[in-house]
Design a protein around this ligand. Structure first.
Ligand code: FAD
Length: 322
């Protein structure tokens, strides 16, 4: 028996959220005795990049090297994962919560007759009922779900578990699956990649600016800090509404929800709708000249000061350290 982990990759590398899913699966298996953790990758990616799954806790990686799967076609992915699930004799499938992951998991729940919980925040309780805790209402509350099915699917929330990095690289084996034409009934014909070096939803560090920055001409210091930290840039809603920044950078309830290790908010008041998109961040740093700004209540660290003085100094300090 094994725990199967469906992993996603981008630009030739396993996504960090999928590595976290592997670490989650390993901790789960240590608790339930479900055996090895086997990772499954679909589409074109080098075996050397897949071997890294071992550092997070996978003992083996299965690779379905069919180029048609690189586009993330939901039906085809669900079909391939279901076949791998049967092949390794798994009862539990773990994956990272994502838009693709949720869509694939929903289909798999039907195919595998499995109970599915998405946005899982911690290892399930398995003494007695199989009890899974998940985050709801954009992180404002938690729900507990009891799974009663033999097969189970857990989609793990980003940053829910510490990523393990101390394992050895894992062996990678090709896996053949049988896919029908009907599995490719819908096709992604083009993808418009958002601009910027680091994609906001994936970023481990985000530097975000609000209306306190006064105008688009002042974003140079935000970008300079972001570049220094290898971060993505974000912004509050009004900033994108006025056209100071592109809409895909808008963070919050009605924009992108981020969960980086570090979120730096500059000149953002911290309205509840903005916080709804950032409150899963591990560490929040707020720079605001108003000591009463609501964002300070949600901050791990706060700097009360004028962004135009603080940000360049902080960036210089980062440059000196990094
Ligand atoms: P402001 O509220 O104007 O705050 C600017 C901040 O900058 C202030 O705290 C000020 O003290 C500080 N400041 C000014 N000058 C300086 C300086 N020199 N140095 C340092 N600090 C300075 N908002 C979102 O962001 N995301 C959403 O998804 C979102 N969804 C919404 C959905 C709905 C239905 C509604 C009604 C609103 C939504 N909003 C959203 C808007 C939200 O309510 C706030 O209006 C918005 O977040 C405020 O943006 P801001 O903090 O940039 O601007």
């Amino acid at each position: 028996m094994s725990v199967l982990v469906y992993i996603e990759h981008a630009e030739g590398q396993i996504k960090k959220t999928s590595l976290e899913a592997i670490s989650f699966a390993q901790a789960l298996s240590a608790k339930t005795g479900e055996g090895d953790v086997v990772a499954l990758a679909l589409g074109t990616i080098e075996h050397s990049a897949l071997a890294v799954a071992g550092t997070a806790g996978a003992s083996k990686v299965l690779h379905v090297h069919d180029e048609r799967l690189s586009a993330g076609v939901i039906q085809a992915h669900a079909s391939a994962v279901a076949q791998a699930f049967a092949k390794v004799g798994a009862k539990t499938l773990v994956l990272a919560k994502s838009s693709l992951g949720d869509a694939v998991a929903a289909r798999l729940a039907i195919k595998l007759n499995a109970g599915l919980v998405s946005n899982v925040v911690e290892l399930p309780h398995t003494d007695g009922d199989y009890l899974v805790k998940r985050s709801i209402y954009t992180g404002k509350a938690f729900a507990e779900t009891v799974l009663t099915t033999e097969n189970k699917i857990l989609a793990v929330k980003k940053n829910a578990i510490e990523l393990k990095t101390d394992g050895e690289n894992a062996p990678v084996e090709d896996l053949a699956v049988s896919l029908e034409e009907s599995d490719f009934a819908s096709k992604i014909t083009s993808t418009d990649r958002a601009t910027g070096d680091v994609l906001l939803p994936e970023a481990d560090v985000v530097v975000s600016g609000g209306r306190g920055l006064k105008g688009p001409e002042n974003w140079g210091m935000v970008e300079d800090m972001a570049k220094t930290l290898g971060a993505a840039t974000g912004c509050s809603k009004p900033v994108s509404d006025i056209g100071w920044r592109p809409h895909h950078e808008h963070v919050g309830q009605t924009g992108v929800k981020v969960a980086p290790s570090l979120y730096i908010a500059i000149g953002i008041s911290g309205a509840i709708q903005h916080l709804a998109g950032v409150n899963s961040s591990k560490c929040i740093v707020v720079i605001n000249k108003d000591p009463e700004a609501p964002f300070f209540k949600a901050a791990d660290y706060g700097i009360v000061g004028d962004a135009f003085e603080v940000v360049p100094k902080l960036t210089e300090a980062f440059k000196a350290e990094l």
